[in-house]
Write a protein that binds this ligand. Structure first.
Ligand code: PLP
Length: 446
């Protein structure tokens, strides 16, 4: 039995129809460096999806490797209730300096979905113990993605993930989210006034008094297919949430850490959310860790004598894991000392022009959108009507398989293909991945 066969004997892979693996068996990766994964089959793959958006500074980054090794020989893990350690403290000190002004308290979780759960519970309990127990509802956008656990899935709005589980989920007030490619107002993102905010405003005016928090992914709804929208939407939302004493929870798990060209997507709108969730790139894609950060006002609502019963009694076994914290500290050091964001932004325009040049004229490429180094394109049957292909044709998946043959990992979201590479991708690598992508698209959509 070879390794791939053994894999299939034992392993149930995430987000997969395992029958697909009959045709495309698991690709065994032996090692990785920078943009590239090296397979046991001797092939190399350009990882332009940052292995599910978490690899921020290239695989096996020497500085992060060394930082984790140093930490490993000192302290691998310690209970985080009443105990602490230097790596966690250093991380928070450095992070708070970079966060939007006012976010000052850091709560540790161990994956993105858990960070969302913690944020929702924190908001709910805050209102409960500040005299507003009627604030029980959450508002979230259509096409939102916030993770897979039951609370996070409830605020998510992608049927593919949640439809079957509807009877299990908490009831959420669903707001029609922005859709700039198929704008209901006939506007364009670059100069609109986020007219589509009106539906959020209507619901906040009507149900604000019973709403605990409004949660959204700022600037890009990533799992929806890299749907990018105007920061004006966030400005309006901030004002409206304040008016109704509704918390604004910014899920920056996918878009934080420079993915959109700014350290945090909220920076584009110059707003501070009440709660921000971070994950993915936080540890450079090394170890599972996530954070729920908030402000003093929320923190203080839980601060009281023990017998008042106001504490936030929420925990994860691996909260504040020192290895993950050491990786996360080094990520912040690298971002600063190597001026990563500025360099990424200098390259971003070039990347986008390459993508446009290669794909814009293709008859089935309906929209190309970008923010920071994220570049996405949407495949449609008809460019004029923007009508998609029948999803049963699995066009995106077929392009993915074609690109894999040529050494490019271009995992699609339905018929949206995207690049979300490490911020350290080189110009020559951009040229080669875009060229392979162009070929793969042309081979499937002749
Ligand atoms: C990935 C993701 C999550 C969930 O994070 P996990 O670590 O996979 O649980 C939540 N929100 C957004 C926006 C994400 O992209």
């Amino acid at each position: 039995m070879n390794l791939a066969q053994k894999d299939l004997k034992y392993i149930w892979h995430p987000c997969s129809q395992m029958k697909d693996y009959e045709d495309l068996p698991p690709i065994i990766i032996e090692r990785a460096k920078g943009l590239y994964l090296y397979g046991a089959d001797g092939k190399k793959y350009a990882d332009v999806v940052s292995s599910w958006w978490c690899n921020l500074l290239g695989h096996c980054n020497k500085r992060i490797n060394d930082a984790v090794k140093r930490q490993l020989d000192k302290l691998e893990h310690v209970i985080f209730a009443n105990f602490s350690h230097k790596a966690a403290i250093e991380l928070c000190e450095k992070l708070v300096e970079k966060l939007p002004c006012g976010l000052s308290k850091v709560f540790f979780t161990d994956n993105g979905s858990s960070a969302i759960e913690a944020a929702m519970k924190m908001s709910f309990q805050y209102h409960y113990q500040t005299g507003n127990p009627q604030k029980k509802k959450f508002m979230a956008l259509t096409n939102a993605y916030h993770g897979e656990t039951v609370g996070a899935l409830s605020v998510g709005g992608v049927d593919l993930y949640s439809k079957i589980f509807k009877p299990l989920l908490i009831d959420v007030i669903r707001i029609d989210g922005p859709d700039c490619y198929r704008c209901r107002y006939g506007k364009c993102r670059e100069n609109c006034n986020a007219e589509c905010f009106e539906s959020a405003e209507k619901y906040l005016d009507e149900y604000g008094n019973e709403t605990s928090a409004f949660i959204l992914e700022p600037v890009i709804q990533a799992a929806a297919g890299m749907k990018i929208y105007s920061p004006v939407y966030l400005k309006k939302l901030r004002r409206c949430c304040d008016k109704h004493n509704v918390h604004l929870i910014a899920d920056e798990i996918a878009v934080g850490y420079g993915r959109t060209g700014r350290m945090f997507a909220c920076n584009h709108a110059d707003i501070t959310p009440d709660i921000m969730c971070l994950g993915k790139g936080l540890t450079g894609g090394y170890l599972p860790m996530a954070l729920t950060v908030t402000n003093d006002k929320i923190y203080k609502a839980f601060y009281a004598d023990y017998n008042k019963g106001k504490a936030f009694v929420h925990s994860h076994t691996y909260s504040g894991n020192p290895l993950a914290c050491a990786a996360a500290v080094e990520v912040l050091n690298i971002l600063k000392e190597e001026d990563i964001l500025k360099k990424a932004n200098d390259k971003a325009e070039y990347f986008n022009s390459l993508v446009r040049e290669a794909l814009e004229s293709h008859k089935n490429i309906g929209d190309i959108r970008s923010s920071g180094l994220i570049n996405a394109f949407e495949i449609v049957m008809n460019k004029k009507s923007k009508k998609p292909f029948d999803c049963k044709k699995r066009t995106g998946y077929r392009i993915y398989k074609e690109a894999l043959k040529m050494g490019l990992l271009l995992r699609p979201i339905g018929d949206v293909m995207y690049f979300n590479p490490p911020l350290t991708i080189k110009k020559s690598e951009m040229e080669s991945v875009v060229e392979i992508c162009r070929k793969a698209v042309n081979n499937i959509l002749k």
